[in-house]
Design a protein around this ligand. Sequence first.
Ligand code: GLN
Length: 498
Amino acid sequence: MSGDSELCRLEASELAKRIADRDVSAVEVAQAHLDRIAALDTAYHAFLHVDVDGALAQAKRVDAGEVEGPLAGVPLALKDVIVTRGVPTTAGSRILEGWLPPYDATIVERMRDAGIVVLGKTNMDEFAMGSSTEHSGYGAAHNPWDLDRTPGGSGGGSAAAVAGFLAPLGIGTDTGGSIRQPAAVTGTVGIKPTYGGVSRYGLIAFSSSLDQAGPCARTVLDAALLHEVIAGHDSRDSTSIDAPVPPVVDAARDGDVSGMRIGVVKEFAGDGYQSGVTARFDEAVATLAGLGAEVIEVSCPHFDYALAAYYLIAPSEASSNLARYDAMRYGLRVGDDGEASAEAVMAATREAGFGAEVKRRIILGTYALSAGYYDAYYGQAQKVRTLIKRDFESAFEQVDVLVSPTTPTTAFKLGERVDDPLSMYLADLCTIPSNLYGGPAMSVPCGLSDDGLPVGFQVMAPVLADDRLYRVGAALEQALGTAALLDEVWRRDHAATS
Ligand code: GLN
């Protein structure tokens, strides 16, 4: 690789500064990342589509001074569930192969106006259903820490791109953990903002009452800078909150946790948690106490039912949202011989275009919503959702944030869980409650487990208190020096490809 590849090592805030100071051009920065993608992405498979022309055109606009801002010229990896005008968007599904969206998502517009350079669209589990990217219609992504392991899911492509230095920033979406779990297993930072804090206009819907887009980065400050670009009210999303964006950048720069009350969720420990995960988590909690935070054990008794409720609510909403893939309006069409009925073409297209996990969810959701079972399943799950919200609300009367491991284990091997849906679902055990509640949550690295793989520390905050995540995340990052963990990935790949 050329000497310019050193640019790929820099964090977003540093790159933006150098571009603004004209030490380096945005085009050089984009080209360095495109070269690195060309060299390494055959191994990672983080990208489903690389938009060379679009990236260079946007970089030229930055160099011409047409757009500026704190992230102008910084490259970004965009999850393929966010629509981009004229650029292939599949949501990881064969059913959308060949579809070119006629419009841009709101967050894509906002990033363009801020001078961010979208390099391409990243790999993911089909329609964001999964925890490993193995349900992608285009083959799994690989973890830059160990190519035999998953980078998590569903947003494993964005996380692998960020961890593998193919892009300093990424966008993910999180319905039950798809930003935070990939962040945890790749040693990166990932945030699910408050539901309604970031526009969903142009986010291909999986479970509309839970879906939320958010930032992926290698440092807490970089994530905050991106959060500020994408957040804020959007009249095109009826669930968008019309309130000021929480002061996330100030909180990330400050990182003072003295006097903060930190609640350790009692339910998220014990059997099923890898010992190295528990050890790093406990040390991180002790570190926060050493920085002056007050640590309190908190019980959230209904969190134990979150996974079950989620696997009724999310598939129910998905079964309705995915009805639009009818072979007429988007992408794939199978069996249209000029004589077949519309119903036959629709059935053949859905049979061929959807993968097994998506079909499982549609069947589950249709069942849970059906007349005789609605109250017993969907209705019951909604009641549990209310109880989980109440757990959060009463916890936040005692503490400022709740914390837990992000995921019970480090990155698992590709192939290990793909035939066992329940073990796959368990990867999101700790992340799902925040989606059901609607509050923001972050995963920040807190060290390596005994197996040498990264461990994620989860911070959960009340609705619209996203800044608290960044305060705690920045404190840990500084105290533990975790932003340096990825140096190991950098050294390994650099040696292999230079
Ligand atoms: N892994 C969870 C699921 O399969 C969460 C996915 C997500 O957040 N998009 O539904």
